[in-house]
Design a protein around this ligand. Structure first.
Ligand code: XMP
Length: 326
């Protein structure tokens, strides 16, 4: 299997090129793995989903996928992972609902870096616990892609790899999309039969909704983030903005303000809408929504999401503001 992207590799832009890549990879995977067993942490994100689909085709039930629900996923995501991979693709899928474990550990933690550390550390812990229960696993599959390699070589970021697992867990790596760019991974995923809303998803950070619930995460405020995010995504899809705007989400900060509803005083959170575009993520511009859409979003969010009495729109580009709030 190629470790490095060949200089003369043609960019995969068509179904034919994707099919040819899939054909080569399936043969290479079968040769590398033989009749041994492979483990994959399946987040439901684009890269790990495409790796799962590829391995299911190549080795079927010799692949075991573990989906850890840390309780910070978007509305409907764990359900979609189960539906697509277990029900439709017949994958060997272990689903771990670790919501309580994560939220208990995060309770009262306000520091953003500390929150990220807890989420990352706990994720590895839960995954390693599941891996230890399994017999005879020799390979670990990963959704490493070519930009991860380039960025880690350039010292920009350490790409996610097996380095995080405890020392006693040694696996050989299987990385079937390692030499692909993101746009190529998406086409390959589509050709492998994954739903479009899975392969063309907007970027979603590893710590999930945890970074959109600034300060100490509470279950009720987290639910307000999840519900408002679901409304925003639904309205963007209805209004033809899905796939057009690069990233959009809601944030529910940890402060309350006075409002009035049905003649009574309320004291509830605001919900902030962020909708942005970028090419390199270093610089980001704000998507200007129509007045009608903003009015409609405000109406839906204040009437459908418990605990919200005000909706704000974030007009700040990056720099100076980062995309995420934490
Ligand atoms: P920032 O906030 O740094 O975000 O301007 C830039 C892009 O990166 C995403 N992001 C993350 N992705 N793990 C990820 O996989 C993370 O911890 C993380 N933090 C931010 C963010 O959603 C945006 O697209």
């Amino acid at each position: 299997m190629n470790d490095r992207r060949p200089d003369d590799m043609v960019r995969i832009t068509t179904a034919e090129l994707a099919d040819a890549y899939i054909g080569e990879q399936l043969a290479a995977l079968r040769e590398q793995i033989g009749d041994k067993k492979v483990l994959l942490a399946l987040s439901g994100g684009v890269d790990s989903s495409v790796v799962a689909a590829m391995l299911i085709k190549a080795i079927g039930d010799k692949l075991t996928c573990v989906h850890v629900n840390h309780g910070l996923l978007r509305k409907g995501e764990p359900e979609q992972v189960i539906e697509v991979f277990r029900n439709q693709m017949k994958a060997n899928l272990i689903y771990v609902d670790a919501t309580d474990r994560f939220l208990d550990k995060l309770a009262g933690v306000t520091d953003p870096e500390e929150k990220r550390k807890i989420i990352g550390g706990e994720f590895i812990e839960v995954f390693a616990e599941e891996a230890r229960k399994l017999d005879g696993i020799e390979f670990l599959a990963q959704g490493t892609i070519w930009p991860d390699i380039l960025e880690s070589e350039a010292g920009i970021k350490a790409h996610h790899n097996a380095g995080g697992l405890p020392d006693d867990m040694k696996f050989e790596l299987v990385e079937p999309v390692r030499i692909l760019f993101k746009d190529e991974v998406r086409i390959v995923g589509e050709r492998l039969g994954l739903p479009a809303n899975m392969v063309y998803r907007q970027p979603f950070p590893g710590p999930g909704l945890g970074v959109r619930c600034p300060g100490a995460i509470t279950r009720d405020r987290l639910e307000a983030v999840r519900e408002s995010d679901a409304i925003l995504r639904e309205e963007f899809a209805k209004n033809g903005l899905e796939g057009k705007v690069w990233q959009y989400f809601t944030v529910v900060p940890d402060f309350k303000s006075t409002g009035v509803k049905d003649g009574r005083r309320t004291f509830d959170w605001p919900c902030i809408i962020r909708a942005i575009n970028t090419t390199d993520v270093m610089e980001v511009t704000v998507e200007h929504l129509s007045r009608e859409l903003i009015d409609h979003l405000v109406q839906r969010i204040i009437s459908e999401v418990p605990g919200i009495n005000r909706v704000l729109f974030d007009y700040t580009p990056k720099p100076p503001a980062t995309v995420e709030y934490e």
